[in-house]
Write a protein that binds this ligand. Structure first.
Ligand code: PMP
Length: 286
């Protein structure tokens, strides 16, 4: 069934949506994005995603195409037009098109940024993958140095997922200078002796909206949290591991580079955090 998508002010059937071939998102990956999950017809942590979008835009001197209030209204309208009760809303802002290909940024007062949104209907709360957990491999992290900006340059994460698939696994954890940065599209965690360990925030990783919420819930539940780098060897020797992202919430990891964690099934900390996250974030959903 065709979706109704949003393109620069219009709600149109997906077949009719058009963006210029000169759009800088297409030519230069000059764009940023957000993915907000939808549960029970409500947006999970919309504020967090809107704030990170503003930050990404500011870091790249890109103009916001609409206000954050308008953005919320567009999300709601798309949910209504597509009867979306569970899944995700993808949003992308690019620096638009000045009708040609040239490296310097065009004048933002003359060339408006482009805004595109579409829905993805998917069962995300009752996920079969969360019951068995994921197998991950490690790959070298060769991405650019501003991973804190959520840009659409995602070819290397795509390559990581392909390498994982070829190895019969579900995802890849990226390693730089001997320590894990993050998953291809998620933040990475290990649990040892009850302590949750995840890399500290810096330009090396995306500041996950789910990460922030999950760590806050963990601390509220009196769990120990350490924000520091860890190696693959330390992860393989951990009691359990998991990843977080807006579309997977808390997803257990049961194998890292062929080494099984614990008994090879999702660990209790990941299971508990998934339950807490789902319950608490739904309470605050918009
Ligand atoms: N790291 C990377 C590289 C990602 O692509 C994502 C998801 N887009 C995340 C972490 C998780 O971020 P969030 O919890 O905001 O979805």
């Amino acid at each position: 069934m065709s979706r109704i998508v949003y393109v620069n002010g219009d709600y149109v059937p997906e077949e009719e949506a058009k963006i210029s071939i000169f759009d800088r998102g297409f030519l230069f990956a000059d764009g940023v994005y957000e993915v907000t999950s939808v549960l029970d017809g409500k947006l999970i942590d919309f504020d967090g995603h809107a704030k990170r979008l503003e930050r990404s835009l500011n870091e790249l001197d890109m103009a916001a195409p609409v206000t954050m209030e308008e953005l919320l209204a567009i999300h709601r309208e798309l949910m209504a037009q597509n009867d979306l009760t569970e899944g995700m809303i993808y949003l992308q802002v690019t620096r638009g098109s000045d009708g040609d290909r040239d490296f310097p940024y065009p004048d933002a007062s003359k060339v408006p940024s482009s805004l595109v949104l579409f829905t993805q209907s998917k069962k995300i709360a009752d996920s079969p993958a969360a019951k068995v957990g994921m197998k991950v491999i490690s790959v070298e992290d060769i991405r650019w140095g501003r991973r804190d900006i959520k840009t659409v340059q995602l070819l290397y994460p795509c390559m990581g997922k392909m390498a994982a698939k070829a190895a019969g696994c579900d995802d890849a954890w990226m390693v730089e200078d001997g320590t894990v940065t993050e998953g291809t599209s998620n933040n990475a965690y290990i649990v040892k002796d009850g302590t949750i360990i995840t890399r500290h925030l810096s330009n090396d990783i995306l500041h996950g909206i789910t990460r922030r919420a999950v760590l806050a819930f963990a601390r509220e539940a009196q769990m120990q949290v350490e924000e520091r780098a860890f190696t693959i060897e330390e992860a393989q020797a951990a009691d359990e591991a998991f990843v977080t992202s807006a579309s997977t919430f808390v997803m257990p990891v049961v194998e890292i580079d062929g080494a099984q964690l614990g008994d090879g099934t999702p660990g209790p900390v990941a299971k508990r955090l998934r339950e807490i996250y789902l319950a608490e974030s739904l309470k605050a959903a918009l």
